[in-house]
Design a protein around this ligand. Structure first.
Ligand SMILES: [Zn+2]
Length: 457
């Protein structure tokens, strides 16, 4: 679950959902704590105030009745009835705020059945409910837990690829989740062939869609879920390079891919704390992603902003400072050289790219991207100037970066510093300095958001 999001998190943490290790331990703990919270099983709460509330309370009462009776809980049919009760809320009241909770409880009950009766069908059922929860309610505080359990259950069922996808999705889409660290541990314990050099970004970005779906009411639900969350701003952070592509290297052996990942994670941490902002990282680990795959992550998430983070490198070691790019045609040789370097993993020639770009520009959000780039560059420079006297403002630039091709939202590429400059290289090794860079980008993004909000009024 996501930290510092809402009161439910604290409430859920209080129940110990995410602190226990064994699934059985979790269930027992959750159950015991819920019973304490309610002050007795089956306490009927207010009726009819919300659609679906009564159905939810009915399912809940049945749950406690089964749980409390040693006889009842031994019969799988009783647990199935409990699951049906929660399913009824999901199917009959798709607009109810109880739907994500019902999916969660249905999944946990199915998982409990698996523990007692060892039928993999139950665990598949649990995965199905959790998949629905994570797909339809990605902003819900239980969404990351659902994904984490999908990972654990997939592993249990001998499907390490699905497990890897689920754990990686937790890391990439919920960088602040309190199950982030556990997801990372679990991910790293999986066979190396699954977790290293995952070149196909599609696998990751379609993470939850690769998981089994239930039935047709999915469609109805997704409309409701979209409406509920459409005020959210989704920001995709793209730390450049990764895996077999180190990006630029400093003379001291510092790799661009590692520095930009650190900056990206700091930026994600800052942005996630904003209300109504969802952050997605194209990569949360040192892994390779195609340039097209990065834009696809943004498009598939319906992102509102796309920010790619890089470091500059040039033969002249005296060059230093930050510059921010947006996608456009250019004749400036240095901008073209920067783009050529960042496009290195693409198989297309620079001249071809300019042509493709001309075709794409009709749909590109050039004005918005230019404003976003300018705002980020200004904020970044303002911060850097205070910390590093004499730092140069290389300004707002435009160039044909493959990673920005086809992005359907305002998108920029930040070259935060020159890794080829020995002084900047030294600074890039300091966590404080990385935080400063992340802060500059963060301020630019928030200022851009304020500006565009005012403009839309
Ligand atoms: Zn780069």
């Amino acid at each position: 679950m996501i930290k510092e999001r809402d009161s439910f998190s604290a409430q859920a943490r209080g129940r110990g959902i995410s602190t226990m290790v064994s699934p059985r331990g979790i269930i027992i703990c959750v159950v015991a704590a819920i019973a304490v919270v309610l002050g007795g099983a089956g306490t009927a709460l207010s009726e009819g105030s919300h659609p679906g509330e009564q159905s939810y309370q009915d399912a809940r009462q049945l749950f406690y009745r089964v749980l409390r009776s040693p006889d009842l809980r031994q019969d799988p049919k009783n647990w199935e009835k409990v699951i049906e009760g929660y399913e009824n809320v999901v199917v009959s009241y798709p607009e109810s705020h109880r739907v994500p909770y019902s999916l969660y409880m249905a999944a946990r009950c199915a998982a409990r059945l698996y523990e007692d009766f060892h039928d993999p069908g139950f665990l598949n059922q649990a995965i199905m409910f959790f998949s629905q929860l994570s797909r339809e309610f990605p902003e819900h505080h239980l969404a990351d837990d659902a994904l984490f359990y999908i990972g654990e259950y997939s592993k249990e069922l001998g499907r390490p690829e699905e497990a890897a996808t689920a754990f990686l999705t937790v890391m990439e889409q919920y960088p602040l989740a309190d199950c982030y660290e556990r997801a990372r541990e679990q991910y790293q314990r999986l066979p190396k062939t699954l977790t290293k050099n995952k070149d196909n970004s599609e696998e990751t970005l379609l993470a939850s869609s690769a998981l089994p779906l239930s039935s047709t009411f999915q469609q109805k639900l997704s409309v409701v879920a979209r409406e509920r969350f459409n005020h959210l701003t989704t920001i995709v952070i793209d730390p450049g390079h990764g895996g077999r592509d180190p990006g630029a290297m400093s003379s001291g052996g510092l790799a661009e891919k590692d520095v930009v990942l650190a900056i990206g994670r700091l930026l994600a941490r800052k942005l996630t704390k904003l209300p109504n902002v969802k952050v997605v990282m194209t990569r949360a680990l040192d892994r390779f992603l195609t340039l097209e795959g990065r834009t696809a992550v943004a498009n598939n998430h319906g992102a509102d902003l796309f920010v790619s983070i890089h470091l500059n490198a040039i033969a002249d070691p005296s060059f230093c400072g930050a510059e921010t790019y947006f996608l456009n045609l250019t004749n400036d040789p240095r901008s073209l050289a920067v783009a050529a370097k960042e496009n290195a993993t693409s198989d297309k020639k620079m001249s071809d790219l300019q042509m493709i770009l001309m075709d794409l520009l009709a749909d590109a959000k050039i004005n918005e991207s230019s404003l976003l780039a300018e705002t980020v560059q200004n904020e970044l420079y303002t911060l850097l100037r205070r910390r590093v006297p004499g730092v140069r403002n290389l300004g707002l630039k435009q160039a044909p970066f493959c990673v920005l091709f086809g992005a359907q939202m305002p998108s920029i590429l930040v070259e935060a510093a020159f890794i080829s400059n020995p002084m900047e290289e030294r600074r890039l090794k300091s966590p404080d300095y990385l935080n400063l860079l992340a802060d500059g980008i963060y301020r630019g993004i928030t200022r851009y958001q304020k500006q565009t909000k005012v403009a839309h009024r």
